[in-house]
Design a protein around this ligand. Structure first.
Ligand code: GLC
Length: 446
């Protein structure tokens, strides 16, 4: 993708459209009206048995929770006799994962519908924790979703979840500051360093580049974007390929951003998505790596950076290509649910085009359904949807395997030690190589 937003190749003509919150709200209510009045939107949801209470677990909603809640109310209205209790877990994917592992292992049946990170579904499916819902989507219906998430929710040719919303790593930048210094959005990591240094030299109190460097899954996503954009990788086929010169160089660069160039403050070594969003959202950074959800929040009515933010593809190393990580969340059903029909109705409702559209307007979550990227109302809210569509099509999945979290648990402390300056990239990657080889040998022997 050449450029998501103004700058680079679009010649600055397409200033990202920032519509007012009020506009978004009007659309939300109109849409909600459609959802409630037209209950035929959700076939099969009317025959649910009476007075069932189902529990829907999901991560903390980053946008307008009340509007998110309205969506669940619309479901209840369409499905008299089903009451949905939604229970929010912490925003951190690792903490949510831990909750599910403990509770699924204990065979708990006190939650029915679960929202899952794209990286967990193979693990949960193999463990037998999810209901097989293969019959919920025909091949034709599957083709309506982005292919990456569909691959991630399919295990041994069976479907275990339905894609809910999609994510990919993006570079946010302050277009007012870039314009002031006559700069274009950076295409290479080195360009990003030079532009940051130039702006920081005359804008006191402004950080150059902030990103997620805390020891958690978000750091693995960030690091993979450097490795991949330098032609490196973790696995090549069944071979462990983490200890390579490309990866050493990419990882060293991450540390250099803090220690050598000084464009990233050392606080990035303890930052996850939300702290980064707050710093950038308060106007205290030129560049930020984050997921697309932050866009709506930056352009909300009282945001200090409203109208001053651009987004573009992540940079790459000179000999590599930009390679954003695929993220996103999927809805599945606890195998021990006592209310499978009601749970299926809720999954069908929340993953319908109408609900995904509403979720975008309420919480800034990007639809996992492709057709919505041509939706006129959504385009009004977000002028660069077609570019995001291309970005989501090419976003690269982390290894799709039931043992992904084991790999991540090796990578998290090793990457963190490099970023914090406690280990050299050479030592960290040699250690990761050994540990991952060990895990895979054990897996293949099973
Ligand atoms: C976002 C992504 C998810 C990723 C997580 C890392 O929630 O959607 O896939 O694992 O961030 O923090």
């Amino acid at each position: 993708m050449p450029d998501v937003q103004d700058g680079r190749s679009t010649g600055g003509a397409s200033t990202a459209v920032i519509q007012s919150d009020m506009h978004a709200q009007i659309i939300t209510y109109l849409l909600l009206g459609t959802i409630i009045v037209n209950s035929n939107c959700f076939p099969g949801t009317k025959d649910a048995p009476p007075a069932s209470r189902i529990v829907f677990k999901h991560g903390k909603v980053s946008g307008d929770y009340e509007r998110f809640k309205t969506l669940l109310k619309a479901f209840e209205k369409n499905n008299p006799g089903i009451v949905v209790e939604d229970e929010a877990l912490p925003a951190s994917t690792d903490e949510q994962h831990q909750f599910y592992v403990i509770n699924f292992e204990g065979g708990r049946a006190d939650f029915d519908v679960v929202s899952m990170d794209v990286i967990w579904v193979p693990e949960f499916s193999r463990a037998g924790w999810l209901l097989d819902i293969t019959d919920m989507l025909s091949e034709k219906e599957k083709a309506e979703f982005f292919p990456g998430p569909i691959r991630a929710v399919t295990y041994r040719n069976r479907l275990y979840a339905v894609p809910w919303y999609i994510d990919a790593g993006l570079l946010f930048f302050r277009k007012d500051l870039l314009a002031k210094y006559g700069l274009s959005p950076p295409e290479t990591w080195q360009d990003l360093v030079s532009s940051s240094l130039l702006i920081m030299s005359t804008e006191p109190g402004v950080h150059g580049f902030i990103w997620q460097g805390k020891q958690y899954e978000g750091l693995v996503c960030n690091a993979l974007e450097y490795l991949w954009s330098n032609n490196g990788d973790v696995l090549r086929g069944e071979r462990v390929a983490i200890n390579s010169p490309e990866n050493i160089r990419a990882l060293r660069f991450m540390r250099d951003l803090i220690a050598r160039y000084g464009v990233s403050p050392s606080l990035v070594t303890t930052s996850s998505e939300e702290p980064c969003r707050h710093i950038f959202g308060n106007g205290r950074a030129v560049f930020m790596r984050n997921w697309p959800y932050a866009w709506n929040l930056f352009n909300a009515e009282k945001s200090p950076v409203k109208g001053r933010v651009g987004i573009t593809t992540l940079p790459s190393f000179r000999k590599g290509a930009s390679q954003p990580v695929l993220g996103g969340w999927q809805l599945g059903i606890n195998r021990h649910t006592k209310h499978p029909a009601e749970a299926r109705a809720l999954v069908r409702f929340l993953t319908s085009p109408e609900s995904q559209k509403m979720l975008f307007l309420a919480a800034g979550y990007y639809p996992a359904r492709k057709s919505l990227y041509r939706d006129r109302e959504l385009m009004l809210q977000q002028s660069f949807l077609p570019e995001l569509y291309r970005l989501f099509m090419k976003a690269r999945p982390r290894p799709v395997t039931p043992y992904y979290m084991m790999l991540s648990q090796v990578l998290q402390p090793e990457f963190s030690a490099v970023v914090a300056g406690l280990k050299t990239p050479e030592d960290a990657l040699a250690s990761a190589q050994k540990q991952i080889e060990h895990i895979l040998e054990a897996e293949y022997d099973q």
